[in-house]
Design a protein around this ligand. Structure first.
Ligand SMILES: Nc1ncnc2c1ncn2[C@@H]1O[C@H](COP(=O)(O)OP(=O)(O)O)[C@@H](O)[C@H]1O
Ligand SMILES: [Mg+2]
Length: 338
């Protein structure tokens, strides 16, 4: 069975690593020549919207998935016309746009920070009047690792904030004074079987995830599962879905969702009975899902920007090193340790 993946970064690489024991093969469509999933797959080097590249991918593969939500909607629809694409393109369309995803959360009774849409300076002014300051201005699409975001504090110049995010369609949301950030990783198969990992507590710096700790029996687990279940069912979802929350008292405010395997679930490779990567593949292939139970206490630290002396980790009992084969660059995730 050959699975096609749009995107050839570390998430595709870890999907392939989880898939080979199940007898699967992988082809990635990825424009970068040095894609880190390339050594583990067949690499079609082409732009995501390249017609010929997409045709080759469709011809080679029986099933398509993706490792990031910014793949062009047209490309996904083109593939969806001839073979199954999971998670479903409608879920992708919702998750790639912050305004759509937050609107869906609220429709489903899931709390969020207050937010308002802004598509020019005038509507940004209105949004500020509605939401109040401090607030955070975020591009509706294409943001990741804190990119495309600008915090606005009382007295800040709105025009420079608008320019800082590139004057593109955006949302303004209230800055949340949260106690913790947590995320839930859930998975739903083609036949509708669902499973949920324990919550992870996440620490971000400059918008980039640094540390995820798997929580055991956290009191917010039932609410997080209830929320993510609503989304899975509404979107007739297939695959792994992650939702990031801000926790304030007994409330969980949904921040964003990712229609894919997620960095805050990397601990599951060694820390759970079945990893998020294997369960994503099981779900899209309509195989029974594996147990999401933790096998130990687990936490994951990202290696960002530069490579430390990795012998330190290898010398630590129960530490597991993952390097993605990527060239170090400021702000770039090049590996993790669980
Ligand atoms: N409304 C907010 N209030 C407080 N902190 C926020 C808010 N929005 C984002 N952040 C901080 O920035 C991080 C990245 O923002 P997020 O919306 O998750 O975008 P990205 O797509 O870059 O992950 C969050 O994990 C959180 O630490
Ligand atoms: Mg995020």
């Amino acid at each position: 069975m050959k699975i096609g993946i749009l995107g050839g970064g570390q998430l595709a690489r870890m999907l392939a690593l989880a898939g080979y024991p199940l007898g699967l093969d992988f082809t990635v469509l990825e424009p970068a020549a040095d894609a880190c999933a390339a050594p583990l797959s067949r690499h079609i080097q082409a732009a995501y919207d390249d017609a010929e590249g997409l045709e080759r991918l469709a011809a080679e593969c029986e099933l398509i998935t993706y490792e990031f939500e910014s793949v062009p909607a047209d490309a996904v629809e083109k593939l969806d016309a001839s073979l199954d694409v999971f998670p479903p393109p409608s879920a992708l369309a919702t998750a790639r746009d912050r305004n759509h995803e937050k609107t869906l959360f609220n429709e489903l009774g899931i709390e969020t920070a207050p937010f308002a849409e802004a598509h020019d300076l005038r509507t940004l002014q209105l949004a500020v009047e509605n939401i109040g300051l401090p607030a955070i201005l975020k591009t509706r699409t294409l943001g990741y690792d804190g990119k495309g975001q600008q915090v606005i504090r009382p007295g800040d110049d709105l025009r420079s904030a608008w320019e800082a995010i590139g004057e593109v369609p955006a949302i303004l949301e209230g800055l949340v004074d949260f106690e913790r950030e947590v995320s839930i990783i859930a998975v739903r198969s083609v036949s509708g079987e669902m499973a949920f990992y324990p919550l992870a507590e996440n620490v971000h710096e400059q918008g980039i995830l640094r540390l995820s700790t798997c929580l055991h029996d956290d009191s917010h687990q039932p609410l997080a599962e209830d929320y993510v279940k609503r989304v899975l069912q509404r979107l007739d979802y297939v695959g792994v879905l992650a939702i990031e929350f801000f926790q304030v008292g007994s409330h969980l405010l949904a921040n964003e969702m990712a229609p894919r395997v997620h960095n805050s679930g990397h601990w599951t490779i060694e820390g759970a009975e079945t990893s998020q990567f294997e369960n994503h593949l099981r779900a899209i292939l309509d195989l029974p899902l594996g147990s999401t139970a933790p096998v130990a206490y687990a936490a994951m630290v990202n290696i960002i920007g530069e490579l430390p002396d990795t012998r330190v980790f290898l010398g630590m009992k129960n530490a597991h090193l993952h390097l993605y084969g990527k060239a170090p660059r400021a702000g770039r995730k090049i590996g993790h340790v669980t």
